[in-house]
Design a protein around this ligand. Structure first.
Ligand code: PMP
Length: 344
């Protein structure tokens, strides 16, 4: 437990005074027969506003992840989890956040939109955190959030658990551990630590292993106090009825999700082996995610060549020189990529 951490010192002044949005329907206890409170249309199937608390999803996740329902926030993708953190904890034009680069681009985008400066610390030695270099920033009062992406995008590796725990114990701000790719990883999730560290937010998503990127549903797990702050600032109806239903259905079909993860992991091995046979490939970094960071002799040329073959990979934004990032696709898709690269 980080004993010097005090959430009240961290919350933006205007957020402290806010109450969560609550409708007449939320305040009503019991089962109503007639709904004339929200100016909805009485006809149709999707005529009612969605459940603003997403109660059914939270109940299910509470069982699966062994947390309380009031330790869960459901967002419009985990990008909303990130954006709302800026709005809760960072005073525009004044506060700062810290990221470890190369990493997920949205931390920067959200910071820019919210007028927050980003301090960037390069990852070292196969993309791990340099704690010595980080040390002075842990005491900076205007650094409000540290983002740790594990497994990290675009490098694919997980961040050492001991280093994450060191930061949680020694930083008086919020630590967001972004676990968008955790279900592909052999490393345990940090969710089990939300009762131990009151400055921890674990972010997960239905977009990757759960296969629902089009649905836009992400999740934050944190202390009840932090989740209460999210509930104060979130748009009341941030997850549509249809999206809630699709997520619930997927949560009731975990077997299929596990099967898909296994297939992706076995395809990842095959793809890696096939890439290793190619002369253009210099190095494939170890990965715990559903993508590979690959060093090649000329990233721009390979990217453009593949575009002409109607295959898209990631080139710019990997932020690692001469590296491309390749998502693991179906067996057929991966074969198409390899065949194209053989003929380059
Ligand atoms: N975090 C990381 C590390 C990601 O790579 C992504 C998506 N590329 C996200 C979060 C955003 O996920 P979502 O679709 O839930 O907004």
């Amino acid at each position: 437990m980080n004993t010097t951490f005090n959430i009240n010192n961290l919350v933006r002044a205007n957020i402290k005074a806010l109450k969560p949005y609550s409708s007449a329907r939320d305040e009503f206890k019991g089962t109503a027969d007639v709904f004339l409170d929200a100016n909805e249309n009485p006809f149709g199937e999707l005529n009612r506003y969605p459940d603003p608390q997403q109660s059914k999803i939270k109940e299910k996740l509470s069982t699966i992840k062994s947390v309380e329902t009031n330790q869960i926030f459901i967002g419009n993708g985990s990008d909303e989890v990130i954006d709302l953190a800026f709005r809760i904890f960072c005073e525009p034009g004044k506060d700062k956040v810290l990221t470890f680069t190369p990493t997920y681009g949205m931390y920067d985008v959200s910071a820019n939109i919210n007028n927050i400066e980003v301090i960037k610390q390069p990852l070292i030695n196969d993309f791990q955190i340099n704690l010595n270099q980080l040390q002075p920033y842990l005491d900076f009062e205007d650094v409000k959030i540290i983002f740790i992406c594990s497994p990290n995008n675009p490098t694919g590796n997980t961040i050492n658990t001991d280093d994450i725990e060191y930061i949680l114990e020694n930083f008086n701000g919020i630590v967001i551990v972004d676990e968008a790719y955790i279900d592909f990883s052999s490393q345990a999730s940090f969710i089990k630590n939300i009762n131990k560290y009151n400055n921890l937010i674990v972010s997960q998503t239905f977009s990757k292993a759960w296969g629902l990127a089009g649905v836009r549903v992400g999740v934050a797990y944190a202390s009840e106090a932090i989740i209460a702050l999210y509930n104060r600032v979130k748009p009341p109806y941030n997850v549509s009825t249809l999206n809630q239903e699709v997520v619930l259905e997927r949560l009731n079909n975990q077997f299929e999700v596990s099967k898909n993860i296994e297939t992706i992991l076995s395809e990842r091995t095959k793809l890696k082996d096939a890439l290793n046979q190619l002369d253009i490939v210099k190095k494939i970094y170890p990965t715990d995610a559903n993508f590979l960071l690959v060093e090649v002799d000329n990233a721009d040329r390979i990217y453009q060549y593949l575009i002409d073959k109607k295959v898209i990979i990631r080139n710019r934004n990997t932020q690692v020189e001469n590296c491309i990032r390749i998502t693991v696709g179906t067996n057929q898709e991966n074969k198409k990529l390899i065949e194209a690269l053989k003929n380059i």
